[in-house]
Design a protein around this ligand. Sequence first.
Ligand SMILES: NC(=O)C1=CN([C@@H]2O[C@H](COP(=O)(O)OP(=O)(O)OC[C@H]3O[C@@H](n4cnc5c(N)ncnc54)[C@H](O)[C@@H]3O)[C@@H](O)[C@H]2O)C=CC1
Ligand SMILES: O=C(O)CCC(=O)C(=O)O
Length: 470
Amino acid sequence: MSSARDINPGAPSSRTVVSSWGQNLSTSPVATLQSPTASLGGMLPRRSVPKLLKPFNTQDIKILLLENVNQTGRDILTAQGYQVEALKSSLPEDQLIEKIRDIHVIGIRSKTKLSERVLSEAKNLLVIGCFCIGTNQVDLTYAARRGIAVFNSPFANSRSVAELVIAEIITLARQLGDRSIEMHRGTWNKVSAKCWEIRGKTLGIVGYGHIGSQLSVLAEAMGMNVIYYDVVTLMALGTARQVPSLDNLLEEADFVTLHVPDLPETRNMISSAQLDRMKEGSYLINASRGTVVDIPALVKAMRSGHIAGAALDVYPNEPAGNGDYFTNNLNPWAEELRSLSNLILTPHIGGSTEEAQRAIGVEVAEALVRYINQGITLGSVNLPEAQLRSLTLDEPDHARVIYIHRNVPGVLRKVNEILGDHNVDKQISDSKGDLAYLMADISNVRYEQIKDIYESLEGLSSCIMTRVLY
Ligand SMILES: NC(=O)C1=CN([C@@H]2O[C@H](COP(=O)(O)OP(=O)(O)OC[C@H]3O[C@@H](n4cnc5c(N)ncnc54)[C@H](O)[C@@H]3O)[C@@H](O)[C@H]2O)C=CC1
Ligand SMILES: O=C(O)CCC(=O)C(=O)O
């Protein structure tokens, strides 16, 4: 099923169509693009086979995947016929800017900073896939202003983070890191002083979202008492108990673990005053974001013995790739941290398990394909969420119009005037702040009319981005 022939059987054998972003892209009718369900064509009534919408030949879609995105995600994108370039690490800003000018889709994890400066160079960019939970590395507001959708995977690695934290609680309580380092150096140091069971100890969870609540269940199963603090009132799992303030939590917990997003309010949320409030001999764990803990204050509290141990998985500055980078050049206190005992340092591996990475690869890649091919925004973190049921194979002269626009009065009237020569079969429109997203499936569209529709919509003063899929 080639999209060109579905629309217009008489289409010339080579054609140029207007793409979603206004470039002229040459497409070849010889490259037949199969819907994933096309192979079912003989078994199902024709009406139930969704039509795969294509703005143009998928080989024209260029995707850059950074930070070793899992093979599951790469396979899904490659199977669509997109051009996929996958790199193992992130890129320095100048190289990123160079690459981003040319691509339609970028896939990243937590290291790649997609700031306004970088995104303003991304003239063709349609969508960003964050193959992780956090989206703080992307300027979401600017992306929305440009009509660039952002997707993430909201919980596929939550369990992996929670399990890491459980491991760290026991490791800190038993000083396992230090004993192991000593043995690697040939030193036998059998001690029990200040080594504890975790049974009956209190775990204080800051941020009771996907990770915090999962951790709560695991910790209780191991005999811990769980308290949590969150800005939102949330249902307690098991016998966990929400406390009214961060101070309450710090004063009561033997282990404090942080699971909040990077927000202006969470930056240096744990500094000298909060560390002083923590119990003598208590422990701190941070697997959220490096900005949440004031590290020099933590170093001081650990040197004094007030904090008996800590585990850090995240840092204010993290290197783009693997190597000998954890030095003062990266963060000015790195070498001091490395000299402390009972301090577990891990290189942002909370979500780094085979299970999590495979699941994230599938989830985010599928969201990207749905968005590229059909304009569906379900799960987007910065655009209104909208979907229309698929067009089917018995609707050959249909097109899907997607109009991302400023949320100002009178837009729908103007859009419907433009679409008015065609039958609007179904339409959805939703807004989020200053931005609105409209999808309309129109029928009786001849191939030659697509360019006119596209140009008329692009000519409206409210336009941010227009796409016509057919
Ligand atoms: N180390 C790693 O590899 C990973 C780190 N993360 C980090 O963990 C963070 C948390 O992840 P999820 O649990 O999935 O997020 P979530 O969004 O499900 O939960 C976050 C919770 O924090 C609460 N919160 C927000 N501001 C707060 C404040 N000022 N004080 C107290 N509570 C506050 C929210 O109400 C929410 O309940 C992510 O934002 C990400 O930065 C996530 C995955 C892997
Ligand atoms: O695995 C990664 O690269 C990032 C994990 C993380 O911090 C997240 O999912 O927010």
